[in-house]
Design a protein around this ligand. Structure first.
Ligand code: 9G3
Length: 578
């Protein structure tokens, strides 16, 4: 492609609406433009990257035995009513009504539609297993869409669904997808990690996320330095604490004045007691129940663990009124002593906090010397802590957890029979019994993978595309092109194309500074610069985008195509599971 003919509107300035690097560079590199909040045009440069990711995904899905289908974007309400999700979801599910008054939604995912396909046309275990997928537009009406393609309202997702007649089959289907995902992200040239994840409320029993490692990632992931244990921090288990003996004599329970001291920090400073000898009491609303959750003062609660333990549909910190009603005290002084009418759950480490400082359920007051059972009760001890770097690992007795940041680009779920049971998707087994099929579902965000690649691979000047998903492999640049320089560059362009190389030819009449700035911004892995001086020496300058600085190779013109091919091949499939 000739740059002069391409719709490639690069920007020198960083658009103010873009908060994250990938969004900034996608706008500046002329890949995308905003149409409305969370809704984007994808311009030619952007589409080339999306298509590359899609191609890798499609090839690996097909290799794994999955079959591609295309389902409608507009889905009838009836299917969602059958699964029970029409009423379960709020405004995030964008609903529309047709001219006849019939209700539909813009598909945010396709469990219902795919289950409808299988129940309609599959009736025997002999027709299973099946794995069906599509690569298609989805819509989720997020409250605050941001981060460009990373979190758009309209986005392209590869969604796959497996159907099996028995548990071992379902297990094998899940395993095949796990392996396909490893291949996909490896082939995309990304550093990634597969981690245990929370399944959310889609109804699954087990799930793994595929994370692209990047310092700017939204997710925190814990991993063990001595074993393969890795989990999203949302899910990561804390190793059970070592038991600690109580002191020989316990301090008496004493109410002390703590005027306006509410936070753990304020209370521990004021009373000169270490934070680990304090207990934090949090009042939550879990569906229709109010519960108290206790964690050690220096720990943070993991609300997902609490929500999952309670089996709650929704969980949030109780509002001020509820908290004040339950504790009989203004906000900031809640404690377990004398707390009635609510279930009290405590993190495992709370058991070993002796002579604790806790809120006194009274304005401007705390207790010191609070001790379990003597002074307050706990109904249930559960793992409720958010794990931290340096924690003992649940994966190995000697292991320690580290915490890295990542971007979720894929998520695979064991779904079980939630949808097949609700929608009557059954098959006859070899005994002639009618059983619900066992499902799995498997997603990859296509635009998000491209955005994550940028978050992981960039410098101040712009994007550094991994070769396998780069929009072009080579950027051919001419400076002051006329006569023999122009003639040579034109021929080199044709020869590269003939050799199967994807070339963007910067044939614009622009200054070197402009061309090189755009080259860095666009992030094409190999840059060839043809100049008069080089040609006189019989060389072309070859610069690799990922090698920092201004260093370049002088490649003899007769070796050029060979060297370019070699570097392209080297750059393919260089991703690693880290
Ligand atoms: C909705 C809305 C938002 C949603 C969902 C439904 C997330 C929903 C979870 C999934 C899970 C899997 C297929 C491929 C693999 C992942 N947000 N999820 O179900 F109605 Cl508004 O989509 N889907």
């Amino acid at each position: 492609m000739r740059y002069s003919k391409m719709l490639l509107p690069t920007l020198r300035e960083t658009p103010s609406e873009a908060e994250v690097i990938s969004h900034q560079f996608m706008l500046r590199a002329g890949m995308i433009r905003k149409v409305a909040a969370g809704i984007y045009d994808v311009l030619p440069m952007g589409l080339r990257v999306l298509r590359k990711v899609e191609t890798i995904v499609r090839e690996e899905m097909n290799r794994a035995g999955a079959q591609e289908v295309l389902m409608p974007i507009v889905q009838p309400a009836e299917l969602w009513q059958e699964s029970g999700r029409w009423h379960q979801y709020g405004p995030e599910l964008l609903r529309i009504t047709d001219r006849h008054g019939r209700e539909f939604c813009f598909g945010p995912t396709a469990e219902e539609v795919i289950t409808n396909i299988v129940r309609r046309d599959v009736s025997s275990y002999r027709q299973l297993p099946l794995n069906l997928y599509q690569i298609h537009t989805k819509f989720r009406d997020e409250i605050r869409p941001r981060f460009g393609l990373m979190r758009g309202r309209e986005f392209i997702m590869k969604d796959a669904y497996s159907f099996d007649a028995d548990e071992p089959g379902a297990e094998a289907s899940y395993e095949a997808m796990r392996q396909a995902y490893h291949r996909i992200f490896q082939r995309c040239g990304l550093k990634f990690r597969a981690v245990e994840a929370d399944s959310g409320n889609i109804g699954g029993s087990f799930s793994s996320e595929f994370m692209v490692l990047a310092d700017t990632g939204e997710d925190a992931i814990a991993s063990c330095d001595k074993s393969r244990y890795a989990a999203n921090v949302e899910k990561a288990a804390a190793r059970a604490p070592e038991p600690v003996e109580p002191p020989a004599t316990l301090a008496p329970l004493t109410m002390v004045d703590t005027p306006a001291r509410k936070s753990i920090q304020e209370v521990s400073d004021f009373l000169n007691v270490p934070a680990e000898q304090t207990i934090k009491t949090l009042i939550y609303q879990a569906d229709n129940e109010v519960v108290a959750a206790l964690v050690r003062g220096d720990d943070e609660i993991n609300e997902i663990k609490l929500k999952n333990h309670l089996g709650a549909g929704v969980l949030f910190l109780a509002d001020d009124k509820t908290t004040e009603k339950v504790t009989n005290a203004p906000l900031g002084f809640a404690g377990p002593v004398g707390l009635k009418d609510v279930r009290i759950l405590a993190d495992l480490r709370v058991r070993y906090v002796f002579d604790a400082v806790v809120g006194a359920n009274s304005a401007d007051a705390h207790y010191t010397g609070a001790n379990l059972d003597r002074d307050y009760r706990v109904d249930e001890f559960v793992d409720l802590r958010l794990v931290r770097a340096g924690d003992p690992s649940p994966g190995d007795p000697e292991g320690v957890l580290r915490v890295d940041r990542g971007i979720e680009v894929g998520h695979i779920f064991k779904l079980g029979t939630k949808y097949s049971e609700a929608m009557g998707c059954t098959v006859l087994n070899d005994q002639g019994e009618e059983l619900p099929v066992i499902m799995g579902c498997y997603g990859i965000g296509i635009g998000r993978t491209a955005a994550a690649a940028i978050e992981q691979n960039h410098d101040d000047g712009g994007i550094i595309w991994p070769m396998p998903i780069a929009p072009y492999q080579v950027l051919l640049v001419t400076l002051n092109a006329k006569d023999e320089v122009l003639e040579y560059a034109d021929k080199l362009y044709d020869d590269l194309i003939a050799a199967g190389v994807e070339v963007l030819y910067d044939d614009r009449d622009e200054r070197a500074g402009v061309k090189f700035n755009d080259a860095d911004l666009l992030g094409v892995p190999l840059r060839l610069t043809v100049g008069k001086k080089g040609l006189a020496e019989g060389i072309v300058e070859l610069k690799q985008r990922r090698i920092p600085g201004k260093d370049f190779e002088k490649v003899a013109t007769d070796k050029l195509i060979e060297r370019v091919r070699e570097l392209i091949d080297e750059g393919m499939g260089t991703g690693v599971e880290a």
